[in-house]
Design a protein around this ligand. Sequence first.
Ligand SMILES: *[C@@H]1O[C@H](CO)[C@@H](O)[C@H](O)[C@H]1NC(C)=O
Ligand SMILES: *[C@@H]1O[C@H](CO)[C@@H](O)[C@H](O)[C@H]1NC(C)=O
Ligand SMILES: *[C@@H]1O[C@H](CO)[C@@H](O)[C@H](O)[C@H]1NC(C)=O
Ligand SMILES: *[C@@H]1O[C@H](CO)[C@@H](O)[C@H](O)[C@H]1NC(C)=O
Ligand SMILES: *[C@@H]1O[C@H](CO)[C@@H](O)[C@H](O)[C@H]1NC(C)=O
Ligand SMILES: *[C@@H]1O[C@H](CO)[C@@H](O)[C@H](O)[C@H]1NC(C)=O
Ligand SMILES: *[C@@H]1O[C@H](CO)[C@@H](O)[C@H](O)[C@H]1NC(C)=O
Ligand SMILES: *[C@@H]1O[C@H](CO)[C@@H](O)[C@H](O)[C@H]1NC(C)=O
Ligand SMILES: *[C@@H]1O[C@H](CO)[C@@H](O)[C@H](O)[C@H]1NC(C)=O
Ligand SMILES: *[C@@H]1O[C@H](CO)[C@@H](O)[C@H](O)[C@H]1NC(C)=O
Ligand SMILES: *[C@@H]1O[C@H](CO)[C@@H](O)[C@H](O)[C@H]1NC(C)=O
Ligand SMILES: *[C@@H]1O[C@H](CO)[C@@H](O)[C@H](O)[C@H]1NC(C)=O
Length: 686
Amino acid sequence: MPVHTLPSTFLMLLAVWSVLVPSLSHPQPIPCQMIQRMALCNNGRLPHVPVGLPYNTDELQLNHNHIQTLLNNSLLHYSSLYTLSLAGNHLEKIEANAFGDSHPLQILNLAENKLHVGYQDTSHALLQLPQLRVLDLSQNELEDDMVFHLLQNLTSLQYLNLSRNLIQRLDESSFEGLPQLRELDLHSNMLFEIDGAFSGNPKLQRLNLAFNYLPCLIDFHMTQLVVLNASHNFIEWFVALQERNETFHLETLDLTDNKLLFFPFLPSQSRLRNIYLSHNSVRFYGGLVDNATGENWTTSVQFYNLNGNLSNVTAQLWDDSLFGDVSSVEILDLRDNQVEYFPQGFISQMQSLTRLQMHTNCLKTLNLTSAGFSSSLYALDVSNNRLSEVIAEKGALAALGNLTYLNMSLNSLRWLPSGLFSSVESLRSVDLSYNSMGICPSETRGEDKDSPSDCVVWRNMASLRQLYLRGCGIKGMPPSAFAGMRLTHLELSDNPGLRVETGFLQALTGTLQHLGLGKTDMQAVDFSPFHRLRYLNISRNSLTHLPKSLLNLDLRMLDASDNNLSTISPGHAASLAPKLRIVFLAGNPFNCCQMEWYRMFETTTTVNMVDHTEILCQDEAKITYRAGVLSILCGDSSRESVFWYLLLILFVFLLFVGIQTICVLTFRPLMLQKTVKKKSVKPTSY
Ligand SMILES: *[C@@H]1O[C@H](CO)[C@@H](O)[C@H](O)[C@H]1NC(C)=O
Ligand SMILES: *[C@@H]1O[C@H](CO)[C@@H](O)[C@H](O)[C@H]1NC(C)=O
Ligand SMILES: *[C@@H]1O[C@H](CO)[C@@H](O)[C@H](O)[C@H]1NC(C)=O
Ligand SMILES: *[C@@H]1O[C@H](CO)[C@@H](O)[C@H](O)[C@H]1NC(C)=O
Ligand SMILES: *[C@@H]1O[C@H](CO)[C@@H](O)[C@H](O)[C@H]1NC(C)=O
Ligand SMILES: *[C@@H]1O[C@H](CO)[C@@H](O)[C@H](O)[C@H]1NC(C)=O
Ligand SMILES: *[C@@H]1O[C@H](CO)[C@@H](O)[C@H](O)[C@H]1NC(C)=O
Ligand SMILES: *[C@@H]1O[C@H](CO)[C@@H](O)[C@H](O)[C@H]1NC(C)=O
Ligand SMILES: *[C@@H]1O[C@H](CO)[C@@H](O)[C@H](O)[C@H]1NC(C)=O
Ligand SMILES: *[C@@H]1O[C@H](CO)[C@@H](O)[C@H](O)[C@H]1NC(C)=O
Ligand SMILES: *[C@@H]1O[C@H](CO)[C@@H](O)[C@H](O)[C@H]1NC(C)=O
Ligand SMILES: *[C@@H]1O[C@H](CO)[C@@H](O)[C@H](O)[C@H]1NC(C)=O
């Protein structure tokens, strides 16, 4: 409909004209891109706010320019601004009248500037923004009193970012004028004290205090808070006010990387779902305290603040039974702590627990029966502890109906309850690496499920997909060890003497994608039926050649390092190169004269020879070279070249001798003459 489109085109032209006219009257064009009513003027080296933008612009982005001062008249024409972003300028101050009176601005980003220089003027300017909701002041070298000035009477502020400044101490007055505040980011400051700082912010839900110098969080009574991040501080004590007869709204508590010695003293009523405590020194002390002497142990801790005010916190320090309300906890991360045991009732209180991460602690025994895990448990990681015993009765195992991921690697297990794995129906991944556990031979079928056994029957565990048995000291494997299984991942590396044969893995030919056979004294295994195999580790096996059966597979990753390979035949290399993505081949005594495979892998851009700088080869004279650095002369043609090589050396040698002779003759004629003279001066006898 050309008749109808004409007027709209005309209108558009008019609009463009109205944008252009003011700019034409100015020497430089507007360095901004307009998208509807938003002006994008980022990364433009602008020294001022550009003039000539449409009056009704509602968003102005001026990030990463060279604006030092926001002048009284800078925004004179833009009275409809809703969002202004000035991050990454050299902004030192905003003049007091820059926003005029009662400006409608709601979102102001001033991150990465130098507002510590002119914070007084700036604070006056901010007073003109009664509707400001979002303010980013991060990375401005602001100190305590500057912040206090800047934040006065920002009564509508909901979101405030003060991260990466130089704030050391907060008190009741710091944020008292911000009744609407919901989210506050204070990470990466120098905070060591936050005395009652948030009592005037009844709506604060998310508080980030990460990367500061806080030594403790005591008398914690912020019932309104939903997320508290106090990770990466120096916190030794977290004590919530216990007397409160009120439910805390806290759902996520992050105390990662602190100095906690005790499990946090949590509120007695809370909705805590995620507790992150990794990298602390948490342990339980109840087991240490003898009832007889324990009564006289101190139970109160006193904290003083900078003003000398005393907080006297009483907590049942040595009593294991007091953990506050953990009934809603779903994730508990206790990695890298000092936990030796779970106190009675500790686990069973967490009726919603899905993930328990205990990697790197000091657990010695795991009594699954007494711990009382809930049926919602999904992942249990007790790797790298000191476990020598796992105890479980049939009933307890059957209750773990949702356990899917179990990691017990790096312990000292020698015995496990016979039915441990087969009773847990949804188990998909088991890691038993670096324990001493064999695979049961077919005769002893480990039927008595309660008695401990030093080997595991894996057969017929249909739910299991990933099985890791690295370094378990497995010496022998019954032929039908994996019958009835549908494993996609099988890791058997570091079991020297295992001598895997094709027959052992027969049951897995249709499913296996990832197979680890490094250092297993692997024999000639026929890989050709494993048509799903993508990842294969056959390193450290003294192999003299790559198994031919690999060639038809669609391998993505091959680790054949530390074997006895002298070459990979060009035909094999040609069929592997198009499929492989990652290959490890260092630690083999390759023959420098048969390195066509190397060049083939090197020129195939999709192949990443991860350790290529460490691939070495030897020439016929047993001299070792870095493959890829030298192109060595080899074979029949090489003998010929060696001949020419020697001839060249001889020629250079003769040339050298010749030049020297000429030098002696030309530059030392006198010496020669002298000798001749001397000789001739000698008195003759006649
Ligand atoms: C900006 O306005 C404020 C308040 O009206 C005034 O005190 C100040 O002198 C003005 N700055 C300049 C450079 O005119
Ligand atoms: C902030 O508001 C209070 C109460 O409305 C008022 O007394 C005070 O003067 C204001 N502060 C500034 C710096 O305007
Ligand atoms: C606050 O600012 C910092 C640095 O500018 C940024 O990394 C962080 O994501 C911001 N915080 C939030 C909650 O957006
Ligand atoms: C806490 O803050 C740190 C650092 O900013 C961050 O890495 C971590 O993910 C945060 N934790 C949560 C639970 O958001
Ligand atoms: C706590 O609240 C409950 C019910 O809301 C009430 O029964 C109980 O007496 C209160 N306890 C205290 C110490 O206030
Ligand atoms: C301490 O006493 C309680 C009951 O009074 C008892 O259950 C517990 O085993 C005793 N602990 C020690 C270490 O004796
Ligand atoms: C506890 O302290 C009191 C007073 O100092 C002392 O009489 C008592 O024997 C102590 N109790 C124990 C079990 O050591
Ligand atoms: C803490 O000290 C301040 C200043 O010295 C005082 O105003 C306040 O009342 C004290 N608070 C307590 C709880 O003692
Ligand atoms: C601290 O609290 C404990 C237990 O309530 C009390 O025995 C002690 O006297 C208190 N200390 C101070 C200094 O208030
Ligand atoms: C494991 O816990 C159960 C239940 O509390 C208990 O009966 C059993 O004796 C415990 N086993 C060991 C070896 O402590
Ligand atoms: C088991 O896990 C599934 C999926 O994560 C979940 O939907 C189900 O509620 C869980 N069962 C129990 C008893 O928690
Ligand atoms: C089990 O834990 C160990 C040590 O923390 C880790 O290296 C390994 O990757 C984990 N296994 C699985 C299957 O995630």
